[in-house]
Write a protein that binds this ligand. Sequence first.
Ligand code: PEP
Ligand code: MN
Length: 274
Amino acid sequence: MNEYIQTLVDANKLNLSVSKGRWNFDENPYIISGPCSVESEEMIVDWALKMKGIGVNALRGGAYKPCTYPIRDSIGDWKEGLREQGLEFLRTASKESGLPIVSEIMAVSQINEHSLDCIDIIQVGTRNFQNYSLLDELGKLDIPILLKRGTWATIDEILGACERILVGGNNKVAICLRGIVGAPSYRHVFPSIRWAPDIMMIPALKELCDIPIIYDPSHSTGYRNFVPAIAKAAIAAGADGLNIESHPNPELSISDADQAITSQTLLNILKEIR
Ligand code: PEP
Ligand code: MN
């Protein structure tokens, strides 16, 4: 190990020691899939059953959605997500399908009895990756946290953010890698691409810690045609699972329509990686 890596490992002793008796997903690769946003009760329940049928391990769906433009991105009742009602729909989808739920919490005020009852794995979104008061609160819980990498984050910042949750006593942390800054090189030809995948971060983190790594090929490509290739690349590089956006009618998704894939495309990916 070179000096720099040794320093990082030393600096993260706690992280490494806590992760010794580490929590992990029961299945490997662990597949999380579902729409970017919960759009209606019927849609999310039907999709949960579909996901269960093709062998997905957990259903994702955003109830609290951090939109880039809070007004411009709203559609009817859907204002930065269906919020508490969306959580309720997710709970029903879980009951009907038996799948655990992955959904984002954006603020400390959203951690309450209701949200904890509806969500099995709390997603921290890229925008909150270094929201220390949120991470400190999540560290006090005994519920798995899927911490999405900030689009800007360096490897030491990733370890530091994980440590912040671990130090509170919650050792159920998984890192979700997604795209990072650097996409402009694609944008002239592929306008929906906002971020660049960083596959090398998978072996780099594996060298330093044993925290499970979930890779998100949807937000890291922004373009559905590239999702299968990057999903397979992430598994080949050592990821423990995937977080993939899928939708019954991808082009009509309320949010992130350019990157959603069909259940058939998802099934093809699963066949190749399992
Ligand atoms: C999402 O998973 O839908 C999401 C908002 O992701 P990110 O925080 O990575 O943008
Ligand atoms: Mn999304």
